[in-house]
Each structure stands twice: as structure tokens, then as C-alpha cells.
Design a protein around this ligand. Sequence first.
Ligand code: NDP
Length: 237
Amino acid sequence: MTDFTSKKALVLGGSRGIGAAIVRRFAKDGAGVVFTYAGSHDAAQSLAAETGASAIRSDAADRQAVIDVVAAQGALDLLVVNAGALVMGNPLELDADAVDRMIDINVRAPYHAAVEAARRMNDGGRIIVIGSTNGDRIPFEGGAAYALTKAALQGMARGLARDFGARGITINIIQPGPTDTDMNPADGPMSSQMHSFMAIKRHATGDEIAGMAAYLAGPEAGIITGALHTIDGGFAA
Ligand code: NDP
């Protein structure tokens, strides 16, 4: 456990999957948690009831909505940007609007959320963005656009670490490998192919990713910034 008592946390994209695991972990460890969601109203309400967190509907594809929801929280201690979209397939056939919407959610939202949070974040605050091992390695066809979004986060974290470091604000990217969620179920059609790239041939759980988020948000991680934290069973090894 990490002691987040009196810490104020915002998780963008917290209704399901990895984001919901982070909401549960931060709330269990004592933080006051607000999370956003887009489509999963029922899941968001039941997670809020379970954890005591507050749920706000806010579309991460809408830049102004992202800025407004972050600004409305005031001085945060912890920001996690988890909301993500996955558009895969033959790049010659993919719908260009779907690709651009993924770029809005996976790249533009984390950047604007991180900057907006830093405007009023408490010194020593923590910004964590969920990237992907695919930012480093994309060993199958059809993942170029997704990989570009996750690779973009790497440069963002390195740069913003310099911008906010004087205030003790850290920014880190967690890079999960296959993790059992609605986006990538452990029993899904690509599982055995994905496991073939891994040293430990199983999906991670959301709780394992949340554990890394708690560490990076906690008091022992104050000197870790501008860094990539891969948690992928050796997918990228
Ligand atoms: P899920 O699809 O299971 O959950 C996605 C979450 O993000 C939901 O809470 C969803 O809310 C929210 N979200 C999606 N789009 C928006 C939006 N436009 N506005 C607000 N919230 C949004 O995904 P995962 O939990 O698997 O993925 C979470 C993150 O981890 C993503 O960034 C993903 O790229 C990354 N990742 C996942 C891996 C995996 O194997 N699962 C591997 C590597 C990285 P709602 O349903 O309410 O719209």
C-alpha cells in the first residue's frame, strides 16, 4: 500500500480496464479520486459507488473538454492520463477520421491535460501517462498508427520533465504489454500471437499496472521523471 491520504487525484479514462484498476488502487490508498469516462455510464457509476470516487463524463477527444475538466479540479497532486483508443488494420484501408480521433485521444489529450494540470499542480505533483510497449516495439502488421501515438508520449514526457522539474513535478510513461481488459481480452483472438513475443506468456492484470502507477505516484519515486516504465512480460525485450 501507498499512503495517498490528503492527495487529490484525477484519472482521465477511469471507468473500465486499467483506468478502473488505478481508480480502485488510489482510492484504497486514501486519495480523493475524480475520474472521467466517455461512453460507459453504468460502469462509471458503479465504480464511483464502490470506491467513493467521483465520475465526470468528459470526452478525451475534445481538447477544450480535457482542459476544462483538468482546470476544474484545481490544485491536483496526481494526474493519470489513461484514456486510450486502439485503431488497427491495413493502413491503406483504415478510416482516416478514426485514425485522427485516436491521435486526439492518445496524444493531444495527454499533452493538454499534463500542461493544464501543471498550471496549478502542487509542488511535488505526479503526472503519469499510460503509453504502451508498442511505443518501442510493434512486431505485427496493422499497428503503425497506434504505435505512433504511444511513441509520441515518450518525447512528451522527456520534454515536460524538463519544463516542470524545478517544481518537483514528475512525468512518467507506463508502457504496459498485453493486459486483460475489454480492449485486449486475455482470451481474445490475438492472444497466442502476442504471447509468442513474450518471455512470460500471459496477459498482465489491471492491478499489476495499477501497482506500478501507485509506485510512481508515491513518495519513493520523487526523483523518477522523463522516463519510460515498461511492464510487458518481456514483450519488448
Ligand atoms: P479499455 O478499452 O478497456 O478502457 C479504456 C478506458 O478509457 C475506458 O475507461 C474508457 O471510458 C476510457 N476512454 C476511452 N476513450 C475515451 C474518451 N474519448 N474519453 C474519455 N475516456 C475514454 O482499455 P484499457 O484499459 O485496455 O487501456 C487503457 C490504456 O492502456 C490505453 O491508453 C491503452 O492504449 C493502454 N494500453 C492497453 C494495453 C492492453 O493490452 N489492454 C496494452 C498497452 C497499453 P468509456 O468506456 O467510458 O468510454
